[in-house]
Write a protein that binds this ligand. Sequence first.
Ligand code: NAP
Length: 267
Amino acid sequence: MKTVLLRSGYAMPMIGFGTWTLRGEACAEAVKTALLTGYRLIDTAQMYRNEDAVGEGIRRAGIPREELFLTTKVCAPADSYEGTKEQISRSLALLGTDYIDLFLIHEPYRAAPAMWRAMTEARAEGKLRALGVSNFSARELAAFIKETGEVPAVDQAESHVFCTRFSLRDTCAAEGAVMQAWSPFAEGKSHIFTDPVLLSVAGKHGKTAAQTALRYLLQLGIPAVPKSARPERMKENLAVFDFSLDAEDMAAIKKLDTGRSLFGWYD
Ligand code: NAP
């Protein structure tokens, strides 16, 4: 698995497993299957109400903890210093782990700097490794860095072929942060899996539209956390490191970018 080195000094897998909408037994089994398929990064959030099931899936897979990279996120109503402190303990307990590899502030809350203070304290105690944010625009990221004096390791943001966020990626890189893509398949919107441009490029390489969409992000230096509940698709979405898109492919796919969010997030 290819990785990207975060400013925290830890390496993050370029492809992770998203768990939004997975719950309970189905989530535990999906996480177990994903880990046994080869995923090493699991992306969850307090908002998803599945951290316990993610923890169960991890136990079932039996992969050594040090080989895993766990991401979770803190959200409202825990958007305060105290709330974040409590949520960190809660996430650790639900996930059944001593530390979280990447802990994100889920959205640009007003209290983000106070939440960050709680996160840095937990980091000093060894409970969190890398700290980051999610859904911060370039402007929000700059204001946050100015206020806290720290650069988040990651800004997890909407990014896919229809709205790739080149400018946010570049701002992150200039600051020493990594933009990571959520919904790299746009949740299946805009007929991404049957898009004629993606299908045509995919055909050239004997790959699927999904693999081509992920490969595009990877070649732009954007790590991603695709979700699938189906074992065959989990495997498909990991098989993206054995081919390369050429300049013509990249240029054709770039034309799909409308610059408009499909989920209401704007720069
Ligand atoms: P996504 O990964 O863009 O797309 C998931 C959809 O694509 C599902 O319907 C899945 O169906 C389908 N799919 C997956 N692989 C496929 C393939 N190879 N061929 C055809 N269909 C395929 O959507 P997402 O779950 O919204 O985003 C991914 C992850 O990002 C989330 O799970 C979550 O961890 C994270 N996220 C974070 C935020 C944030 O605010 N930070 C927001 C949204 C998402 P099946 O499951 O039936 O295969």
